[in-house]
Design a protein around this ligand. Structure first.
Ligand code: SAH
Length: 245
């Protein structure tokens, strides 16, 4: 049998935000290797598969990436239909391309299946348009968590004129605030902090750049959460008024 691994995005949490292609891949899977940000409800699409949890949440016991690579390879070489299921989109802060490259180098065919990434879903679920004519000309997806502790180019981000969507930022709110303020962003820039986007327990805390760390503490913001920083994070109604004025 030809060895193949499907690297599939499970979307942000709401099982109905799964793509039809993901459902199809799950339907033929024999092995499903699943990250812990994936909503287990999506497993209803692969009732016959063996589910192997390989999650690695910050602070918890983690599965080393090399182990995940070897496990995918082993199952694929056994001729099994393997689905590697990741939260959101496999290639947005998901190491999907690393896994794809590694498998290809080892002679395994790979198919990538998009998922809806948490940043896009969270904003939409809260009524925030990430781009808006005359207000936000683009979107920048950025992680606050770097492997080598290198710093982001804060002035470039602050002055980009795009909406910033920050992943993995909950523990770094003070750094993000300080960096963007030093980079020239205004202190009252609207911010939305969206926890558990697209799930029934979704919460949305609105704040400003200067106040976000304090407000997140009061709100008891927890991971997983994304930050939306930019004019569009103002109340949708207020924005509509501003545009029509
Ligand atoms: N590949 C994923 C991102 C993985 S990085 C995607 O495309 O969505 C993990 C980070 O994603 C979390 O720290 C958080 O910032 C964000 N995230 C994932 N799921 C989320 C959710 N349901 N709500 C809010 N943020 C989420």
């Amino acid at each position: 049998m030809s060895a193949k691994v499907w690297l599939v995005g499970a979307g942000p949490g709401d099982p109905e935000l799964l793509t039809l292609k993901a459902v199809k891949a799950l339907g033929q899977a024999e092995i499903v290797m699943i990250d812990d940000l994936v909503n287990p409800a999506v497993l209803e699409h692969c009732p016959g598969a063996r589910v192997v949890p390989v999650g690695k949440r910050g602070g918890c016991r983690s599965t080393p990436q090399a182990f995940i690579h070897r496990l995918m390879l082993r199952y694929a070489r056994q001729g099994k239909c393997v689905v590697r299921l990741k939260g959101g989109d496999p290639c947005i802060f998901g190491r999907g391309s690393e896994e794809a490259d590694w498998l290809s180098e080892h002679g395994i065919e790979v198919e990538l299946v998009n998922g809806i990434t948490a940043g896009l879903a969270g904003a939409t679920q809260c009524g925030i348009p990430l781009t808006l004519r005359g207000v936000a000309r683009g979107v920048t997806l950025v992680t606050a968590h770097t492997q080598d502790d290198s710093t982001l180019n804060w002035p470039a981000l602050a002055q980009s004129g795009t909406t910033l969507v920050v992943y993995m930022g909950v523990a770094k709110l003070a750094d993000i605030r300080d960096g963007l303020l030093a980079g020239g962003m205004r202190a009252d820039m609207p911010v939305a902090m969206i926890e558990n986007a697209s799930l029934p327990q979704q919460r949305d805390c609105r704040s400003s750049l200067a106040a976000m760390q304090h407000d997140a503490l009061t709100f008891q913001l927890k991971s997983p959460a994304i930050l939306v920083i930019g004019e569009v994070a103002a109340e949708p109604q207020a924005l509509q008024l501003a545009i029509s004025a």
